[in-house]
Design a protein around this ligand. Structure first.
Ligand code: APR
Length: 260
């Protein structure tokens, strides 16, 4: 996309956002690429490099949660590169632009597929983590969540102090159902949404990608923020074919300078 086209698309995106009632951002790994976290698909993607995990991750956890926890405690991970990047990452300009859109009252909610906790570190407040959060733990029985460093792990697997069920990392494993509370929040937000920003997602994983389709079918507008095409591009009304760390701050700047 030429710079002129991008400028025009940024203007259009700002105009659409300013006129919308309930803007929601659907976020994927691409937003955190500029924070040094590799994506999953496409060039440099973890699954491109190491192959996509099978859908039995959760089943294996349930078969022997103690074994899973031992591996976790001894930091044995197939994806060490990803774990290291997650531990060192800090938010980038794209994260801060989403926070600013929220503070200005334009962005009502973030549905993120990212487990990296960078939205919170950037200061965003209204977030649903559809795939969980790597800095948290969750009870399989009552769905309670704890910050990792606030939960004493004195047995493997750890158990919930309230209901006694097994506790796991909050990150949703392959084959694990999306926690009900998170899914319900996403469904509500998609229902209220009349303008959805698709930020750095390849839009191939469901139910997340399905929320964008629902917004479109409900007469809403889609804005894609991605240097590459996705299966949802043809449904999008505005396309910012550039990195999120570049295009989102430009959109925020347009809205900041808008006469009130
Ligand atoms: N800015 C914006 N988008 C970017 C950038 C960038 N700087 N760099 C790459 N992208 C785009 C890519 O073009 C791609 O479309 O980000 C997308 C990343 O796609 P995926 O790696 O498939 O990530 P995501 O869509 O979040 O994957 C969904 O799949 O494996 C599961 O649980 C995992 O949450 C993940 C889910």
């Amino acid at each position: 996309m030429t710079q002129v086209d991008l400028e025009r698309a940024v203007d259009e995106a700002a105009r659409v956002i300013a006129g919308a009632r309930h803007v929601v951002a659907l976020v994927g790994a691409g937003l955190s690429v500029e924070s040094g976290i590799p994506p999953f698909r496409g060039s440099g993607g973890m699954w491109t490099k190491y192959g996509e995990p099978d859908m039995r991750g959760y089943e294996r956890f349930l078969e022997d949660p103690g074994k899973w926890w031992e591996a976790r405690i001894s930091r044995q991970s197939t994806y060490k590169e990803l774990v290291d990047a997650l531990e060192q990452a800090v938010p980038n300009e794209g994260h801060f632009a989403l926070r600013e859109l929220e503070e200005m009252g334009y962005l009502k909610h973030i549905i993120t597929q990212n487990i990296d906790n960078l939205h919170q570190i950037a200061g965003s407040m209204t977030i649903t983590e559809i795939h969980g959060n790597r800095t948290k733990l969750r009870c399989l029985g009552c769905n309670r969540r704890w910050d990792l460093d606030g939960f004493p792990i004195d047995e493997l697997p750890p158990h919930c102090p309230e209901c006694g069920s097994v506790v796991k990392g909050d990150t949703v494993m392959f084959g694990e159902p999306i926690p009900r509370d998170a899914l319900d929040e996403c469904i509500d937000q998609a229902r209220m949404c009349d303008c959805m920003l698709l930020v750095g997602t390849s839009a191939v994983v469901y139910p997340a990608a399905g929320f964008a389709e629902e917004v479109k079918m409900g007469g809403g507008v889609l804005i894609e923020v991605n240097p590459n095409e996705t299966p949802l591009t043809q449904l999008c009304d505005v396309v910012l074919r550039a990195p999120a760390g570049e295009s989102l701050p430009a959109v925020a700047a347009r809205l900041r300078d808008r006469p009130s």
